[in-house]
Design a protein around this ligand. Structure first.
Ligand SMILES: NC(=O)C1=CN([C@@H]2O[C@H](COP(=O)(O)OP(=O)(O)OC[C@H]3O[C@@H](n4cnc5c(N)ncnc54)[C@H](O)[C@@H]3O)[C@@H](O)[C@H]2O)C=CC1
Ligand SMILES: CC(=O)C(C)=O
Length: 261
C-alpha cells in the first residue's frame, strides 16, 4: 500500500471494464475516492463501485462519452462536487476496430481520434486547470498502448491516436512540470480483458501473440493497475513525461530473440 494515496480523489474514464476496472479496484484498495466513468454500462460501473467500497475506498459512477467535450468537463466536475476536488486523473477510455486504411472513412478515423486522443486531452486539460486553481500537485496518467511506437496495419486510427497521446503527454508534462504536476503514460502490450478474452481463447491467435512477447505470456489487467498506483504515489514523485511499457518486452524487437539478423 502507498500511504500517501489514502483519501485521494481519482477519476478513471472507461472504468466499467478491463484495465479501467482493475485500476478502480486497485485505487479502492489504497482507500481512494474513485469516480468511475462509463459510457453505456451503468450496471457494470455500479458493480465496480461496490468492489471499490468493499476494498476500503469510496466510489461514485458517472455517465459520459469522452469524445464529447462537455461530458469530460462534467466527469471532473462530478469529482469536485461529490469528493471536494481531484488529485489523480486517469484517461483510460479507448476504442479500436480493425479496418483496412483504404476502407476507413474520415468519420471512422476521427471517431477513434476523438475517443482516444481528444478525450484524453480534454481530461488532461481540465485536470490541469483544477490543479492550478487549487495549487495542487496532482497527477495525470494516460493509458496508451505499445502501438504508440509499434505501427499496426488495419488500425491506422488507433495507432495514430496512441502515437499522438505520446507527444501530447510529453508536451503537457513539460508545460506543467514547473507547477509540480506530473503527467505520464502507461503503454500496455497484450492484456487479457473481457474485451480480448475471446480473441486470446483461440489457440492460434494466442500462440502467435505469445511469440511477439519475449516473456511469452499475455498480461493481466492488475499488472497495469499496479503501475498506475505506483505512478500516482509519492514513490514516483520524480517521474514525469515518461511512458512505462507494461508489455512483457513486446516493444523490444522480439523477432531478434534468436540472436540473428
Ligand atoms: N487490452 C489490451 O490488450 C490493451 C488495452 N490498451 C488500452 O487500455 C485501455 C482500456 O482498454 P481495455 O480495458 O483493454 O478494454 P475495454 O474495452 O474493457 O475498456 C475500454 C473502456 O473504454 C470505454 N469507452 C469506450 N469508448 C468510450 C467513450 N466514448 N466514452 C467513455 N468510455 C468509453 C468502454 O466502455 C470500456 O469500458 C484503452 O485505452 C486501450 O486502448 C492498450 C494496449 C493493450
Ligand atoms: C489494443 C492494443 O493496443 C493491443 C496491443 O492489443
Amino acid at each position: 500500500m502507498y500511504k500517501d494515496l489514502k483519501d485521494k480523489v481519482v477519476v478513471i474514464t472507461g472504468a466499467s471494464s478491463g484495465i479501467g476496472k482493475a485500476m478502480a479496484e486497485a485505487f479502492g484498495s489504497e482507500q481512494c475516492k474513485v469516480v468511475i466513468n462509463y459510457n453505456s454500462s451503468k450496471d457494470k460501473a455500479e458493480d465496480v463501485a461496490a468492489i471499490v467500497k468493499k476494498n476500503g475506498g469510496d466510489a461514485i459512477t458517472v455517465q459520459g462519452d469522452v469524445s464529447v467535450e462537455e461530458d469530460v468537463v462534467n466527469i471532473i466536475q462530478t469529482a469536485i462536487d461529490n469528493f471536494g476536488g481531484l488529485d489523480i486523473m486517469i484517461n483510460n477510455a479507448g476504442y479500436e476496430k480493425a479496418t483496412p486504411s483504404v476502407e476507413m472513412s474520415a468519420e471512422a478515423f476521427n471517431n477513434v481520434m476523438h475517443i482516444n486522443l481528444t478525450g484524453a486531452f480534454v481530461g488532461s486539460r481540465e485536470a490541469c486547470k483544477h490543479f492550478i486553481e487549487t495549487g495542487k500537485q496532482g497527477n495525470i496518467i494516460n493509458i496508451s498502448s505499445v502501438h504508440d511506437v509499434i505501427p499496426w496495419p488495419n488500425y491506422v486510427n488507433y495507432a495514430s491516436s496512441k502515437g499522438g497521446m505520446k507527444l501530447m503527454m510529453e508536451t503537457m508534462s513539460m508545460e506543467f512540470a514547473p507547477k509540480g504536476i506530473r503527467i505520464n503514460n502507461i503503454s500496455p502490450g497484450a492484456i487479457v480483458t473481457e474485451h480480448t478474452k475471446e480473441k486470446f481463447s483461440d489457440d492460434k491467435t494466442r500462440e502467435e501473440t505469445e511469440r511477439m512477447i519475449p516473456m511469452g505470456i499475455i498480461g493481466e489487467p492488475h499488472q497495469v493497475a499496479n503501475v498506475a498506483t505506483f505512478l500516482a504515489s509519492e514513490n514516483a514523485s520524480y517521474i514525469t513525461g515518461e511512458t512505462i511499457y507494461v508489455d512483457g518486452g513486446m516493444t523490444k524487437y522480439p523477432s531478434f530473440m534468436g540472436g540473428k539478423g
